[in-house]
Ligand binder design. Structure first.
Ligand SMILES: Cc1ncc(COP(=O)(O)O)c(C=O)c1O
Length: 427
């Protein structure tokens, strides 16, 4: 059998632990060195002390199973704390939220969005008699909504964004049909880091009797702190009338280890749709609020640990660091002839590209940056490079601007041979 990955076979005899760890370390030799701060995608770093804490907390819960909180009550308490803390950041303590917010922990942003869509589908079927419901999302809403539509047999209707790359409420209103059950807004969007007009979309949802999910996977642990720092002042959470569910990822700007997101619902009735219960088999009562059955407890413990370690003041400091870095990147991009930032991103996610794609190929610029060790995503419509700026970027962002200026100056009319975009790949 041909083997492009150079697989390692099952050894006849087990190897010593140190040797195994050396082999693992050797396997990473082609991986991007995110610790150096040059990776502007996929990894969020709050520094070595936080990583060390995450590793220790992961180790403490390496064997426990998050499926059963009767056997491991501590996991139940950790989850409860994380959901409460997240809900509170998303406006749950404000009387405008209705005071009934409930939520669940999931394995990541994608799973949270899958649940948002499945809950809406179940409400459509049980309460509105719509067998094949429609979800309305802007073209900027995350790819996980397309995955959810595919998994759960609903139709996803993509509505073009406006010239500012934000969802267009008028276009969304025009797309509502008798089968529409759920509207989607993002705070912020992944592709351009802009925040959709949540209040206007909430008003539309209220007027048309629709559910409304705000995808704050990226912004849930960012916008509340930017707001407290006086750097952001648009309402985007449960204080906005019409918002019925929200997702927020601890494993992004919560600086947790991978594998933890929170989904919150405005009412306990909505939250209950997510809990799957059965006893129709020989193994006994089975209840689960996540897609997975057996669930790793390590990421839950690590998320709890980092939240306690950082506290409000830690998150405010990291948010300020990341936002200052993003502002420096933006100013740098805007100072380079021929480059433009896409839209007006208020937080820390920025996309930029050529003013005139005929005279500059931004993917060729991306290739030049990549050869100097930088990792930025490439995306299309329009061709752009994408930077997720986090606290770990602060140390390198000025060098990135220098290399970017040099690359733009030397690329000329060269075209990149590689037109692919790079957001997610699979082995
Ligand atoms: C706005 C938004 N929603 C959802 C997701 C999906 O999150 P995950 O990759 O954790 O599944 C992302 C990921 O970047 C995102 O930016």
């Amino acid at each position: 059998m041909s083997d492009p990955f150079g697989s390692t076979p099952l050894p006849d005899h087990g190897l010593p632990a140190d040797e195994v760890l050396d082999l693992l370390a050797a396997k990473k030799h082609n991986d991007r060195d995110w610790r150096g701060g040059k990776v502007y995608s996929l990894v969020y770093s709050a520094g070595d002390e936080v990583h060390h804490l995450l590793e220790r907390a992961l180790g403490l819960y390496a064997a426990e199973n998050g499926l059963n909180v009767l056997a491991f009550p501590s996991i139940g308490f950790l989850q409860h704390d994380l959901v409460r803390i997240t809900a509170s950041l998303l406006g749950a303590d404000d009387p405008a939220s209705g005071g009934q917010i409930q939520g669940h922990l999931t394995s990541g942003g994608t799973e949270s969005l899958l649940h948002a869509v499945k809950t809406a589908r179940d409400v459509a079927r049980t309460e509105r008699g719509i067998e094949r419901p429609e979800v309305l999302a802007a073209t900027s809403a995350h790819a996980a909504f397309t995955k959810a539509a595919d998994y759960f047999d609903v139709d996803l209707v993509r509505v073009p964004v406006g010239p500012d790359f934000r969802a267009d409420p008028e276009a969304m209103a025009a797309a509502v049909t008798d089968r529409t059950i759920l509207l989607v807004g993002s705070a912020p969007t992944y592709p351009h880091g802009v925040v959709d007009p949540i209040e206007e979309l909430g008003a539309l949802a209220t007027e048309r009797g629709l559910l409304f999910h705000v995808d704050a996977c990226m912004g849930g642990f960012l916008l509340p702190f930017l707001t407290r720092l006086g750097r952001f002042n648009e309402p985007f959470d449960f204080t906005v009338p019409g918002v019925t569910s929200m997702s927020a990822d601890l494993h992004k700007y919560g600086y947790a280890a991978k594998g933890v997101s929170v989904i919150c619902y405005r009412t306990p009735e909505l939250a209950r749709h997510q809990v799957f219960v059965t006893d129709d088999w020989l193994g006994g009562f089975y209840a689960s609020s996540a897609v997975a059955g057996t669930r790793p407890a390590g990421p839950i413990a690590a998320a709890w640990a980092v939240v306690m370690y950082l506290g409000l003041d830690g998150y405010l400091a990291l948010t300020q660091l990341a936002h200052d870095a993003a502002l420096r990147l933006r100013a740098g991009v805007e100072s380079i002839d021929g480059l433009a930032v896409r839209g007006d991103p208020p937080a820390t996610v920025i996309a930029f590209g050529a003013d005139d794609p005929a005279s500059l190929d931004i993917f060729a610029v991306g290739q030049a940056l990549s050869s100097r060790g930088w990792y930025l995503d490439r995306q299309a419509n329009p061709d752009s490079l994408h930077a997720t700026v986090h606290a770990g970027s602060a140390a390198t962002v000025d060098d990135l601007v220098i290399d970017l200026r040099t690359a733009v100056g030397t690329i000329g009319t060269q075209r990149s041979t590689d037109r692919s975009t790079t957001y997610g790949t699979s082995a």
